[in-house]
Design a binder for this molecule. Structure first.
Ligand SMILES: [Zn+2]
Length: 193
């Protein structure tokens, strides 16, 4: 094998057809992402995580992502990774902060895990909005967020990436709880030695 092919679930097309393609208000962008996440849970197509990339100035939606780790047999297929990779593919550039492009923001249902934090740093986004905190993800849903740094927000700010955490956190936690209540699979629960 020498090619990778990752896809979002089929229902994403019909979901997007019913949504505005420009969402100017930050909290409305988060509501959109939480609705996307809830749909992924109810469709049973992946873990309880969703993300989207928007143009900061215009609020234009560039891409979405949901967690498709199990469906796609790929441990890297987190919602943030999918949204960022799809935005880069859509725009034809590995750097979403390239000089010829408008500035971009990642909106995500849960604060990034170790892997996604890394990719956010390399992706070129200028801003991140997140809802649920890592402790919510771990305590409610039981997923491992990995060894994230204690100075998480500062690490992003130092790289010129503005982070606004805990946006609609209560709603973000409710989506995680929904996944648990519906008996969603928690893959790779924190492994003990
Ligand atoms: Zn992640």
């Amino acid at each position: 094998m020498k090619q990778l092919n990752l896809s979002l679930p089929n229902w994403v097309d019909s979901f997007l057809n019913k949504q505005a393609s420009i969402i100017p208000e930050p909290e409305d962008q988060m509501r959109f992402v939480l609705a996307l996440t809830e749909r992924n849970i109810r469709e049973e197509t992946g873990g309880p995580f969703g993300s989207a990339v928007f143009e900061i100035e215009s609020g234009r939606l560039v891409s979405v992502g949901v967690n498709v780790v199990v469906q796609q047999n790929c441990s890297a297929a987190h919602a943030e990774m999918m949204a960022l990779m799809l935005a880069q593919k859509e725009l034809g550039h590995f750097d979403l902060g390239a000089a010829h492009l408008p500035a971009h923001r990642l909106v995500t249902s849960g604060k990034m895990c170790t892997m996604c934090l890394g990719n956010v740093c390399w992706s070129g986004v200028k801003e991140v909005f997140s809802s649920a905190e890592p402790e919510d993800v771990e305590s409610i849903a039981g997923f491992d967020e990995g060894p994230t740094p204690p100075d998480y927000n500062a690490q992003l700010e130092n790289r010129g990436i503005n982070i606004v955490p805990e946006m609609l956190r209560h709603e973000g936690k409710a989506v995680l709880q929904l996944y648990v209540d519906l008996g969603g699979l928690v893959y790779n629960p924190t492994r003990k030695k």
